[in-house]
Design a binder for this molecule. Structure first.
Ligand code: ZN
Ligand code: ZN
Ligand code: FE
Length: 734
């Protein structure tokens, strides 16, 4: 027999880890104790065979538990007589970053009970356990205990209390535990009347009659309607003031997904994974035209709570389930708030009386062959700690970007990334941003030693940070993108970092977005897309015609007019823009690759205006066909000049080839720079890399050439990951 002290790091607190270890220790007759510490879990055990114990531990660990490292030390025998869970030492408690688990969709075990007639929670909409259900969305204060959640107003019945206190029960310390006797209840609210009976029957009737309903779920309200009913979807667009951004669709089951889409096995696997995210799947042509507005993929997800499952017990069609808000403001979470804000959008409400403390959207992912990119980091992900090998020198706070804003804190060996907050262009979203920031600092009981902001002088979050903190540093947007990958993958070597996206404020006060950096931690900008002018600043991001004209003005000067005849461009407007371009009125230089996608989408008649973020990029990717054709470009003076491509584009006979040839050109540019610099370790970040054909080509090339390729996999590759890069910079590099 030997005695070992194991320090286990990772997601090991608040996920049922200690009761689990208690169980296997008893099974294997292992003696000693387990305790939470500020950095993980401490196990002090005596056993004849450590390997058996560790193998079982790793193989059978609870679904939400993630082990990053186990440090093992052998000690002199202490002759323990039993196995115990001992409370953590107080000073450890104080140092600790509190662990708050993310909300999770219904687990296998709960699903089984939900469908079992004899079970006391049969068809109970609020069924949950230690492994699933609401958590982050219901926590009012730390530690994560029943009394600190919005479930505190529901007194546990005897049955629930017994399960909650029984260490061998799978609901031991499931803080949201409840049942039909003691838990929350549903109401259908229509024309001011609250109905407690036949809630789902009433809902069914309304959905069948093209009505739009606000449904309160786990992290907020969804707006739902029959996804096969074009009239209902059209009226939802009108009422929600969302002209063309696609809606997500919730399907009854995996079988139903097969009826309406062409999922790969991998898509189905992700769809049904414990995260239950929205995943982009190729749709069958005849379905969801109005929902997707011409895109070939649909955001699909499965029912992930008892409430959703009950909805699908009644109906046989998929439903639109989109965030309950107007335009892109934060998702509604309170009943009273929803009654007020959504009254002109919906015909009825399906609500419940469990309060949502903070709203969490559904997460969105995009499959890239055998991997996913996270588009929206929210339910099931936030606020799960991300383990970082480098110990933070100081407590660092990253305050995020302007679009897809998030915040992140870095302390010790962990970065905690907040849920997706949104674009900070409305007062509502900015107020939500402030509440998330306050929430984080209070929860994690943190006073940041260093606060890292984007360099853009006009970002409201940067301005706000300057008001409330005095220890501010700045890091350039695209460098933050690269640092986010360095943090996530614990990279400790020289890299070539490629940051391509829409826009980010550059160190030279122009707008960057097509950048190549080299360095280890200190990054030098070695190449970039040759800058072109954005005419009318932000207006150019909405009107891709302006990007196209900018290139024509550059190439042909006063003779540009001959070149626009085949495009639907008003001459008077073109001349006005030419004046602006020539005299630099309201223009700024940019090296953005994202805006080039908009231009391509415009030239190929895919879009006229960009009315939601990344529309141009999505449209262009959608038209990709397998070809090796491409356009020309020139690398000169550390700049990549794409005007040869624009010249070729103007002569292109077959418009349908343009998107593919453009994407291939981008790949060629990256390949050329990687080859030129003899790069061995390449980092990709920025929204452009959501592009599947482009990313796959780079992946294949890296593989063939023995290049280590890294990009964001656990956090968004777009601006949602910026705060992680900022926090890392503050914690390690300042
Ligand atoms: Zn469960
Ligand atoms: Zn109960
Ligand atoms: Fe960006």
């Amino acid at each position: 027999m030997k005695r070992f002290r194991l320090l286990i790091k990772g997601t090991v607190q608040g996920v049922g880890f200690r009761p689990f270890v208690n169980k296997i220790a008893k099974e294997l007759n292992v003696k000693g104790y387990i305790s939470n510490t500020s950095t993980g879990v401490l196990l002090d055990i005596e056993t004849y065979d450590l390997d058996i114990f560790l193998n079982l531990l790793k193989a059978k660990k609870p679904p939400l538990c993630e082990i990053y490292s186990i440090d093992i030390e052998e000690l002199a025998l202490a002759h323990f007589i039993d196995f115990k869970i001992i409370p953590s030492f107080e000073e450890e408690e104080e140092k600790k970053i509190p662990s708050i688990p993310p909300d999770m969709g219904i687990c296998e075990n709960c699903l089984k009970e939900f469908n079992q007639k004899e079970d006391r929670r049969y068809k109970y909409p609020f069924i949950n356990c230690t492994n699933c259900g609401p958590r982050y969305s219901i926590v009012i204060d730390t530690p994560y205990d029943r009394k600190n959640t919005t479930m505190r107003v529901f007194d546990m019945c005897e049955g629930c209390k017994k399960e909650y206190t029984d260490i061998s029960n799978r609901r031991y310390h499931a803080e949201a535990i409840c049942c039909p006797n003691c838990g929350p209840k549903l109401y259908y609210v229509k024309d001011g009347v609250f109905y407690e009976d036949d809630v789902f029957k009433r809902l069914k009737k309304d959905l069948e009659n093209s009505k739009i309903i606000a449904l309160k779920g786990l992290g907020g309200f969804h707006l739902i309607c029959n996804a096969l009913d074009e009239d209902a979807v059209k009226s939802l667009r009108l009422r929600k003031k969302r002209s063309s951004k696609p809606f997500a669709v919730m399907f009854k089951s995996l079988e139903d997904v097969l009826i309406y889409t062409y999922p790969t096995d991998f898509d189905l696997h992700i769809l049904n994974s414990i995260e239950k995210p929205i995943i982009l799947i190729k749709r069958k042509e005849q379905f969801f035209k109005e929902t997707t507005k011409g895109l070939s993929h649909v955001g699909a997800f499965l029912p992930y709570t008892g409430i959703h499952l009950r909805v699908f017990d009644e109906i046989d069609f998929p439903i639109i389930a989109t965030s309950g808000n107007i335009s892109d403001t934060p998702i509604c979470k309170d009943n009273i708030e929803a009654f007020d804000k959504l009254k002109d959008i919906v015909d009825a409400f399906l609500i419940h009386n469990r309060d949502i403390q903070r709203s969490i959207d559904d997460s969105v992912v995009k499959p890239i062959k055998d991997d996913v990119l996270i588009i929206r980091y929210a339910r099931s992900f936030a606020p799960k700690p991300i383990y970082i090998k480098k110990h933070a020198k100081a407590i660092s706070l990253g305050i995020g970007a302007f679009l897809k804003s998030t915040i992140a804190i870095y302390k010790d060996n962990q970065i905690i990334l907040s849920q997706h907050i949104g674009d900070l262009d409305s007062i509502e979203t900015f107020n939500y941003y402030k509440s998330v920031l306050e929430d984080f600092l209070r929860f994690y009981n943190i006073k940041p030693d260093i606060v890292v902001c984007d360099m853009h002088p006009d970002f409201p979050n940067t301005k706000y940070a300057k008001e409330i903190f005095d220890n501010i540093v700045y890091i350039q947007h695209h460098k933050a993108h690269i640092y986010s990958v360095i943090a996530e993958h614990n990279i400790d070597t020289d890299i070539l970092g490629i940051a391509w996206d829409g826009i980010g404020y550059g160190e030279d006060k122009t707008i960057w977005g097509g950048e190549f950096f080299v360095g280890k931690y200190h990054l030098d900008r070695v190449f970039h897309i040759k800058p072109y002018k954005l005419i009318g600043l932000d207006k150019a991001s909405k009107n891709p015609k302006r990007i196209f004209l900018s290139f024509l003005f550059e190439l042909f000067g006063d003779d540009f007019e001959d070149r626009i005849s085949s495009f639907n461009i008003d001459k008077k407007e073109a001349y006005m823009l030419y004046e602006m371009w020539k005299k630099d009125i309201n223009t700024i230089y940019t090296s953005s690759v994202g805006r080039l996608f908009d231009m391509i989408a415009y030239i190929t008649n895919l879009v006229d205006t960009i009315d939601y973020e990344a529309k141009g990029a999505m449209m262009v990717e959608d038209r990709y066909i397998d070809t090796n054709l491409r356009y020309d470009f020139e690398i000169k003076n550390n700049q990549i000049d794409i005007s040869p491509m624009v010249l070729e584009l103007l002569e292109e006979k077959d418009l349908s080839l343009i998107p593919s040839k453009f994407i291939n050109t981008l790949f060629e540019i990256i390949k050329s720079i990687m080859t030129l610099l003899k790069a061995k370790n390449v980092v990709l970040s920025g929204g452009v890399f959501y592009n599947k054909p482009l990313l796959l080509k780079i992946r294949n090339f890296a593989q063939r050439s023995d290049i280590n390729l890294y990009y964001n996999q656990k956090i968004p590759i777009g601006d949602g990951g910026i705060s992680v890069g900022q926090a890392f910079y503050g914690g390690v590099l300042c």
